[in-house]
Structures are given as structure tokens and as C-alpha cells.
Ligand binder design. Structure first.
Ligand SMILES: Cc1cc2nc3c(=O)[nH]c(=O)nc-3n(C[C@H](O)[C@H](O)[C@H](O)COP(=O)(O)OP(=O)(O)OC[C@H]3O[C@@H](n4cnc5c(N)ncnc54)[C@H](O)[C@@H]3O)c2cc1C
Length: 329
């Protein structure tokens, strides 16, 4: 590990003032410290933000819910308001990592965790995400866990978060603050596709802090489900995951949200497929047609064609469970 200096901030302005090029903010450290130990990032300064007053979950006057960036994944998943209004979010978080990791991991850090591509984590091989212009061995190498949507010649990595898939389906927004001021970014625009700049995962500038995530009042509590398919029953990242949410009027779909994880460089939504579900009856045929429409644009690699079939089945299953009001078993 390279030498670095360490500074602890007590409020947002102090954290921003401490920032200079080459610095990194550190929250739970569950991803950043691994990257440092593998010599994949070498910050000159770590700015500890864990003491910033961003640990609250609050119901706003406009009925939206504001989640401070430092709320731990464990506290967020177990919060009574989140469980009652946004069970989809709670389920997604609990499907990820382990209890110990969820105690340390924060809301802001979860959004910014890096891909789990094997080649990104191996400093001995090229990787356009780690070293722009060096190449992408995953395209022709081991690519079982990689993207089937939205990849580029430069990068086929996926975003590994579970929480973000639920936040995408719920239509969250992200409040960020930098030295130039604050701005709010729609969740759908926050993470990027790799295109020609796979080194950038999202729209956040290096000197900006995530201060909060906001959820709309509608949480689809009556009809939502998070389904995660992975190699092991726990402590594994998603091969495919689906966040499904429906608003029903009897057996007729009035609103639908579908986000997929483990399949693209960002949580994957197809709003045309969601719109086509509106007005349709709840049925296996309706859900199968939606799943077929969603996977028809998939572009699998040599090692991950199985993800297309898996995604199709997982979408139908997640929609079925959502319509029923939760998992059957
Ligand atoms: C073994 C293992 C298994 C895991 N399994 C899963 C899983 O199944 N599903 C899943 O979703 N996740 C999983 N994770 C990932 C875990 O959820 C993330 O590592 C965690 O959420 C990151 O949060 P953190 O607070 O520890 O971030 P840190 O490691 O502190 O930071 C991560 C990045 O975010 C930046 N950062 C942090 N907070 C802010 C902020 N407020 N503003 C600006 N920048 C910030 C840091 O500079 C850094 O670049 C796993 C991790 C491990 C180690």
C-alpha cells in the first residue's frame, strides 16, 4: 500500500475544503480499502466523512423520504418507514453482502462501489476502466459475469450493487454537493454506460460529495419484489437481479417498474416495456411478453448467453411475486 495522509471532517463544508486532486472520501471503507490494498487506487489523502451529520432517515414535508448518505445499509434495510413503504429497497439491501458488511457499508458508498470484473481487480492485466486505452481482456476472456446490455468495445463490466437496482425502480434522486454548490441528479442519469470512457462509472465529479438519496412518496409497498439470482445462496453478487414494482387496480396494471441488476454497467431499465404493461391484465402471458420484449435487445458475450434466458425467467418470476404481494415461499 502507498503512503497517504488522513484527515477527518466534521461537516460537509469541511470535507469539501479538505479536498484536493488525488484525495478520496472514505465512508465505510468496504470497497475503497480493498481497492487500495490491491493497489488499484492510490489516494494521496483520505478524507474520513463518517462523522458528517448525514446519518438520518427523514420524512419530508412533501411526503418524500430523505436518506442521509452515511446511513448504513443495515440501518436502512431495517428502518420501519423503509420496511413499510419501500419493502423493495429493504429486500434488495438484505440480499447483498453479509450482516457485518452491511453494518459498515453506507448509502453513498454503495452507489459508488466499483465493478467486480475479474480483470479490473487484477493489476497485472490491462483494463480500460482502470487504465484507459490499455484494452479489455474480458471481451474475449472469461466473461460469464459480464454485461448483456449497453456494453461497449471498451468495457463489458457490470455494476454490482443490489440497492441501486431497487433505487432505479423506485425512481430515486441523488443530492450532491461540491465546492461550486448543490445539485440533484435523477437516479436514471447518475450511473453511466461505458461508451468510450469506462473509467467513469457515474456523473459525480471527483470533488463532489453525495449528501442524500431521496425517494418519491410512492413506494409500491403492496406489489413489489426483489429477486436475486447468484451462484451461492448468500454472500455473492447477482448474476441477474430484478426489482419489480406494480400499482394495480384489481387485476389491471396501472403502473409498472422493472430494473435489472448484474446485466449492464448501470441498473438497466427499459421504459418502453414498463409503459407497455400499463392497462394489461395481471397474467403469466402479460409478464412473459414483457420479459421477451426486455431481453430481445440483449447482446451476450461468448460466456454469458445463459444470462439472457435467466433474465427472461427472473423477470417473469419477479413480476409474478410482485403481483401476488410478496414471495410465495
Ligand atoms: C465481500 C463483499 C461482498 C459484497 N457483496 C455485495 C452484494 O452482494 N451486493 C451489493 O450491493 N454490494 C455488495 N458489496 C459491496 C458493498 O455493499 C460496498 O462495498 C459498500 O456498499 C460500499 O460502501 P462504503 O461506505 O463501505 O464505501 P467506501 O468503500 O467507503 O467508498 C466507496 C467509494 O465511494 C466513495 N464515497 C463513499 N461515500 C461517499 C459520499 N458520500 N460521497 C462521495 N463519495 C463517497 C469513496 O471515495 C469510494 O470511492 C460487497 C462487498 C464485499 C467486500
Amino acid at each position: 500500500m502507498n503512503p497517504f495522509n488522513y484527515a477527518r471532517a466534521s461537516d460537509v463544508n469541511e470535507a469539501l475544503a479538505l479536498y484536493r486532486p488525488g484525495s478520496r472520501f472514505i465512508a465505510g471503507g468496504t470497497n475503497l480499502l480493498d481497492l487500495m490494498k490491491e493497489n488499484l487506487v492510490q489516494p494521496e489523502r483520505l478524507i474520513d466523512i463518517t462523522r458528517l451529520p448525514l446519518h438520518e432517515i427523514t420524512l419530508q414535508g412533501n411526503d418524500r423520504v430523505r436518506i442521509g448518505a452515511l446511513v448504513s445499509n443495515a440501518d436502512l434495510a431495517q428502518n420501519p418507514l423503509i420496511q413499510a413503504r419501500y419493502p423493495l429497497l429493504s429486500q434488495a439491501i438484505l440480499a447483498g453482502a453479509s450482516p457485518q458488511l452491511r453494518n459498515m457499508a453506507t448509502t453513498g458508498g454503495n452507489l459508488l462501489q466499483r465493478t467486480r470484473c475479474y480483470y479490473f481487480y487484477d493489476a497485472g492485466v490491462p483494463c480500460n476502466k482502470r487504465q484507459p486505452g490499455s484494452g479489455c481482456p474480458a471481451r474475449t476472456g472469461l466473461n460469464r459475469i459480464h454485461a448483456i446490455f449497453g456494453a461497449s468495445e471498451q468495457c463489458v463490466a457490470t455494476h454490482p450493487s443490489d440497492m441501486c437496482v431497487a433505487l432505479a425502480a423506485l425512481g430515486a434522486s441523488i443530492e450532491v454537493q461540491g465546492q461550486a454548490g448543490s445539485r440533484v441528479i435523477d437516479f436514471a442519469d447518475f450511473h453511466r454506460l461505458p461508451e468510450d470512457h469506462p473509467e467513469r462509472d457515474n456523473q459525480l465529479a471527483d470533488d463532489e460529495l453525495i449528501v442524500a438519496v431521496e425517494l418519491p412518496a410512492e413506494g409500491f409497498a403492496a406489489h413489489s419484489h426483489y429477486l436475486k439470482v447468484r451462484d451461492r445462496a448468500s454472500y455473492a453478487f447477482a448474476l441477474v437481479s430484478v426489482a419489480a414494482a406494480l400499482r394495480l387496480d384489481g387485476d389491471v396494471i396501472r403502473e409498472a417498474r422493472l430494473a435489472l441488476g448484474g446485466v449492464a454497467h448501470k441498473p438497466w431499465r427499459n421504459q418502453a416495456v414498463e409503459a407497455a404493461l400499463i392497462g394489461q391484465p395481471v397474467s403469466h402471458e402479460t409478464f412473459t411478453a414483457a420479459a421477451e420484449a426486455l431481453v430481445k435487445d440483449a447482446q451476450p458475450l461468448a460466456g454469458n448467453a445463459f444470462k439472457v434466458k435467466l433474465a427472461r425467467r427472473a423477470i417473469v418470476r419477479a413480476l409474478d411475486e410482485a403481483a401476488l404481494g410478496g414471495p410465495r415461499a
